[in-house]
Structures are given as C-alpha cells and as structure tokens.
Design a protein around this ligand. Structure first.
Ligand code: SF4
Length: 392
C-alpha cells in the first residue's frame, strides 16, 4: 500500500515538475523571441525588464498599496469571504458587505448554520447572488471538515472557486506560492511584456499563466500577488494608466511601442441578451402585497419579486391589462416607471414598473403569496426591484 502511494506521489511530482518545466519553456521561448527581436532592433533591454519587474512592483506596493481589512488577517475563512465578495464587485462597494458578513458570521461554522434566506438577505444589493449561495455551501464544507485545510485541491474544489480565487486564498492566508491571474494582473503583464495574443485565447491564457508563475516571488507570494493586483487597480488602470509616474515605465513594452491603449487584446465580445420585464406591484388598501420566490435555472435564484410578466418586447398598458388574471381586472393600474435598464454580465434587462391597487386579496396570481408590505424588508429582493421601489 505504502509503495503504491509512493509510486503515485512520485508520479504526481513528476507530472507537476513536467508542467512547471513546460510553463518555463513557454516563457523562455517567448522571452527569447522578444529579446531576439529587440536585439535586432538594437534595443535589447529585455533582461533588465524581466529581472526588475517583481522587486519594483513590491517596492511600489510598500509605498502605495491599499490598506484593506482582509489584508490585516491571515484567517483563511475571512480571506475567502472577501474573495467571494470581490468577485464582480469593486473594493469600495464590497467593503460594507465584508464588514456586515464578518460581524454576523465571524466563522465558517456560524455561516454554515445560517439559513439561505438570511444569507441572501445580507447579500442583498450586491448582485450576482450565486456567489452568496456558493459562499454558504463552501462554509458548510469547511465546517464539515472541522477546520480550513491548507490544501489547494480542497480550496479549488469549493463551489464558486476558480483558479484565481484558489490562488488568492492559498497565497494570502498561507503564503503558498500560487500566482493570481485576474483581469488586473493580465493587463499589467500584457502591457509590460508587450503581449499581443488575445488574453481570452488558449495561447494567450497559456502564455500569461506561464508568465505569472515566472514572475511570482516564491519567497513572498502574498506580497507579490497583492502588489501586482493593486498595481493593476491603481496605477496600470484599464483607461488612462498613470504611465508618467510608473516605476516600470523604462521597461514597459506597451509604453515604448505606443500600445498602451491597445493592450491587452480581447478576441471575443460577450453576446448580450435583451429581456423585457413588467413588474406589477400589487397591493391592497390595508397594506398587503404579493410576492413570489424565483426558482432555479435563471437569474436571481431564491430571491423574491413581485408578479412578473416577461415578454419579447415592451408591453402597452392595454396589453398588460389583457394579461392580468381575471381577479385583478378592475383594479387600478398605474405606471410608475418605464424602461429602467439593469445590466447583468450577459443580459440587459428593460423593466417597466406598474402599481396595481386592489380592493381585497382575492388574487388569482399563481405562485404568489400575500405578505404585509411592512415586512417587505425581511425578503431578499434583486437590486433591480430595489431601484424600482425607490421610484414609488
Ligand atoms: S508604463 Fe503605463 S502601461 Fe506600462 S506598466 Fe506602467 S502604467 Fe502600465
């Protein structure tokens, strides 16, 4: 048995070594190609560009890096919490959510014991609710394990955790040498090393992954990862990067070749689908309103919303009146807001918002239930509905 494990372990080690070797080869080939090209142009400054990159980034970070609450801890659960929140969310917007979650659920066990409804309620307004469900499921797995394992395989297999989040948790919490590669890092590497391969192509991803691993400071992975991420967010920004004060300006290929606004290159454009939602905020004179919970297989799973009519195009008031269940006909329908746009990653929602006042609760809307309007804030609503309610 032991020998079997040893053979397996040495096989894995050999595999890992082979992978690292092939990554190094990709970077070496690339660097050789660029160096050769530069040499031909009598501009062979590539070696200094390569060796000074990491120390200069770290020096910059010591002076200008952000002081963020999740960087003051090595608690892997709190670091994981911040990473789930920061997926698709800016630091400024996520800060308040980090504090409220860390305060309400200071440990993975406390989060694991909460109901999904409470977790979604606390997440309300942050969007991309699948992150909250994944975070909740991850907390349950950690609680089940009895502790937060220092194991890349375990972390990478948690729901909602990809290569980036796993590398961030392992390096920030345990100082394990895993290089992060998010949009900020891709941009810095593509510009500084003049990579024109599309960052979303197979070749571009391979090259950037290899380059990220090559540049990683293996003695101080947390410091390096934080440095390059902050550098991308604050200095080498998507638009109007601060090249005039950049410590890497001397070795930056994009700057030298006037390609700063061209890099990084993206091959694919994400197709965006338009959807038309008409919400009927149905209420009675004695303060009752209708609500239902969204099911699975679509956006906002598990969140609550008012009766909804989805259509291929915007509806007129006459069309809406024709679609109301018979019990609602005769109620007073009033337009509150029209064509309110709400952008999701792959969808653009066009929402109309109507208020329907009824004399009583004899509603025929299926799957909706009557609740007291005063209890509305106990239900997790999508951000779009919060926006619409502000228009009342
Ligand atoms: S010189 Fe400009 S483009 Fe190049 S790394 Fe610095 S900020 Fe980014």
């Amino acid at each position: 048995m032991v020998s079997k494990i040893c053979i397996f372990a040495s096989f894995r080690t050999a595999k890992v070594r082979k992978k690292v070797k092939s990554e190094k080869l990709i970077v070496k080939n690339y660097l050789f190609f660029v160096a050769f090209f530069r040499f031909k142009q009598k501009k062979h400054y590539f070696c200094s560009m390569n060796s000074s990159f990491t120390p200069q980034l770290e020096q910059w970070y010591e002076a200008y890096g952000r002081d963020l609450p999740w960087r003051r801890t090595r608690d892997p659960y709190l670091i994981m919490l911040s990473e789930y929140i920061l997926q698709q969310t800016q630091v400024v917007q996520g800060m308040d959510y980090y504090h409220r979650f860390a305060e309400r659920f200071p440990t993975a066990e406390s989060l694991a014991e909460a109901s999904e409804e409470e977790v979604l309620r606390l997440w309300q307004g942050l969007g991309y609710y699948s992150r909250a469900r994944h975070l909740h499921a991850a907390a349950k797995q950690i609680a089940e394990a009895g502790h937060f394992p220092r194991d890349y395989g375990f972390v990478r297999a948690l729901p909602g955790v990809g290569d980036y989040t796993a590398a961030a948790i392992m390096s920030f919490a345990f100082d394990e040498p895993y290089a992060v590669l998010d949009g900020n890092v891709q941009r810095v590497l593509a510009r500084h090393f003049g990579i024109s391969e599309p960052v979303d192509s197979t070749q571009g991803k391979k090259l950037l992954r290899a380059l990220a691993n090559e540049m990683l400071d293996r003695q101080h992975p947390a410091l390096y990862n934080q440095a390059i991420m902050d550098f991308g967010a604050l200095q080498c920004k998507p638009s109007a990067p601060a090249c005039e004060t950049c410590p890497l300006v001397e070795t930056c290929q994009a700057k030298r070749d006037h390609l700063v606004d061209k890099l990084p290159v993206k091959a694919k454009r994400t197709a965006v689908r338009d959807r038309y939602f008409t919400y009927i905020y149905t209420r009675t004179a004695d303060g009752q309103t209708l609500l239902h919970r969204r099911g699975s297989g679509d956006i906002w799973q598990g969140l609550f919303e008012f009766p909804l009519i989805e259509s291929e195009k915007p509806l007129t008031m006459a069309e809406i009146e024709g679609l109301l269940p018979s019990g609602e006909a005769g109620g007073e329908l009033q337009l509150i807001a029209q064509n309110v746009l709400h952008q999701l990653t792959h969808q653009r929602l066009h929402a109309d918002f109507y208020c329907l006042t009824l004399p009583n609760t004899n509603s025929k809307w299926t799957d909706n239930k009557w609740i007291n309007e005063s209890d509305l804030d106990r239900y997790a609503l999508p951000r779009l509905l919060e926006k619409l309610l502000e228009k009342l």
